[in-house]
Write a protein that binds this ligand. Sequence first.
Ligand code: ARG
Length: 595
Amino acid sequence: MFIELDCPASVRKQLGKLFAEALKQTVPTEPDIVPLIDACIAKDGVKHADYQCNNAMSLFAKIKGKQEEFKSPRSLGEGIMKNLPPSEMIESCSVAGPGFVNIVLSKKWIAQRLQKMLTDGIDSWAPRLPIKRVLVDFSSPNIAKEMHVGHLRSTIIGDTLSRMLEFCQPECLIRRNHIGDWGTQFGMLIQYLFETYPNPDDVNESDIGDLQAFYKASKSKFDKDDDFKLNAQQSVVKLQGGDPKYRKAWEQICNISRTEFKKVYQRLGIRLEEMPESFYNELIPPTLEKLDQLGLIEDSDGARVIFVDGVDIPLIVVKRDGGYNYFSTDLAALWYRLNIEKVDWNIYVTDFGQSQHFDMLFKAFKRAGWLPEDKNEYPICTHIGFGLVLGVDGKRLRSSCGDTIRLVDLLNEAKEQSKTALLKRGNAKEWSKEEIEKASEAIGYGAVKYADLKNNKTTNYTFSFEQMLNDKGNTAVYLMYAHARICSIIRKSGKDIEELKKTGTMVLDHENERTLALHLLQFTEVFVEACSNLLPNVLCEYLYNLAEIFTKKFYSNCQVVGSPEETSRLLLCEATLVVMRHCFYLLGIEPVDKL
Ligand code: ARG
């Protein structure tokens, strides 16, 4: 766990309070016992209770012989149960096995909690972070190199983490795009630009829209032509020295990339605030100066380096030619975030390949005394690494000609394939053209995001359109069907839900209604688990289970429209919609209302 969240709305938390009382009463000599409360898991489809308190066993070992009245963990469990303060949330309790205290919640209480959420909105379920300012550094592609699937993962995961943290309403959440717009590749690109367009006013940015091809062409010239290489190297010096002609060319190239990136962000619904590498350029010398004064920087073979604990190789902060690198920039950037932006928690989202980079960065800051040496109460810097995106052949995902796949092409393909599948299923026949376009995008992009997020991010994942666009199994398409089904039930009823919320009452007499309702209430604690561990896949699993419970348990056994329980069941459908939509929102997926 990275961080502890306070969630007053969680059932576990509320039961925890009751049991804390009971434990204190039962064993007064151990006043600090933390209640251990878990949701019960069904065995062979049967669940004996909703929650259980697991303290008796370990607590008994502690007090053995000190409190005569308790002869066994089980008798201690019974003691705890007797001392539970009366509460309207509990229907019944019992002691099972070696001393588990089983709790069955009151269905009236469950219904009331859900109705209250419907009136107050899902934000009333939000947990709170113990810190104020959070920064998520994600996406962060490099200029002139097209965005590729590695950046796609960072973009999708980073966006979801930001949304999850935003739900906890910190004072400020920064979604930072640390764009790579500074580096030696620019010498080559600028030189190539000058040669292709001798008159800079002739440069039409849309003409060199395909920067990947432009990059390739200039790189091949760089590798072959020595004069060109020399000129390119001098261009970097001129650019870094601030020569206006070179600055302008650099800006032109950056703008082309930015336009491309923006298109991808727009399609995926991603908000980002750009603070590119070049922004920190002037901050690098003073940051290095401070580190130098602290005695951290050493000379090594003409370069300037920092050694950190447990790593043999030093990190280079000034190259032999006097230039700065990716690392120097990150030193200055972190210094700026901690001291100027006053960020409490910095989260970096990149592939695992950069784990050592961040490990060394944080260690250097610890050596300087700029980050606490021991484990702090809250994390200050966290690197979230993720695995590779693999093709169906099990190798790193590439296009058919062996190049890295361009993100725009991948999104186009996702949209086209989802459109084909949509038309094939037949339901969309009477839809307008716009409706089909909109749904194909929502499903196509949603499928790409969900296929990524549902995996534990540490593993590599296999990219397959066929799998992600399947309407069965754990896919976005399946989830969207469940969502559309609920929308259709509500539409068919012809009832004004806002009115029902005010006048209707939810009753949970059918077993499957109760199961669905309890799962909805448990959103809070699952969210706490997902967010405090920064694990979007936990949220995906919850959403999938919600769709399953709705479809297989509730929908197939409980008639809604036209039944005597219509009002109550419509309210339950609406509560399901609210929670489901919120999950979709947190995952950055736009659900469709009909399918
Ligand atoms: N531009 C880098 C890349 O494409 C990712 C940057 C991550 N953020 C950072 N502060 N280093 O690999």
